[in-house]
Design a protein around this ligand. Structure first.
Ligand code: ZN
Length: 120
């Protein structure tokens, strides 16, 4: 079906973006670790150190989110390969095309997603 190929193209494009974003974040993280090490070496009570630690935590959270996103994209692509894409993983119902257009990685229909906000 044509819309499945559209979904695959969208997922692959999104996956590429997510990977680039993740790579950029990991570079940021590595440099913030290096900067924090340098700051600690100078003076461990340097207020700069606290800022850097906060930044590092923030970047780490963004990395987690990017990895999670990438995993969702991967799972959606797997569902496409298995032929279960577009079917709700909870109730087995059809996930609306509109929902998939907005959210190609959706694994639950809108009803189930509303019942369990973190499932979709
Ligand atoms: Zn459902």
């Amino acid at each position: 079906m044509a819309h499945l190929e559209d979904a695959r193209a969208a997922l692959l494009a999104e996956g590429r973006q997510a990977r680039e974003r993740l790579a950029g974040l990991e570079r940021d993280f590595a440099s913030s670790v290096a900067a924090a090490d340098a700051a600690n070496a100078d003076d461990e009570h340097d207020p700069e150190g606290a800022t850097l630690a906060f930044e590092r935590q923030h970047v780490a959270a963004l990395i987690d989110a990017a990895r999670d996103r990438l995993r969702q994209i991967q799972e959606a692509l797997t569902r496409l390969d298995l032929g279960s894409y577009g079917r709700c993983s909870r109730c087995g119902g059809t996930i609306g095309a509109e929902r998939l257009a907005v959210r190609p990685t959706a694994s639950t229909c809108i009803g189930c997603a509303a019942g369990q906000p973190r499932a979709g």
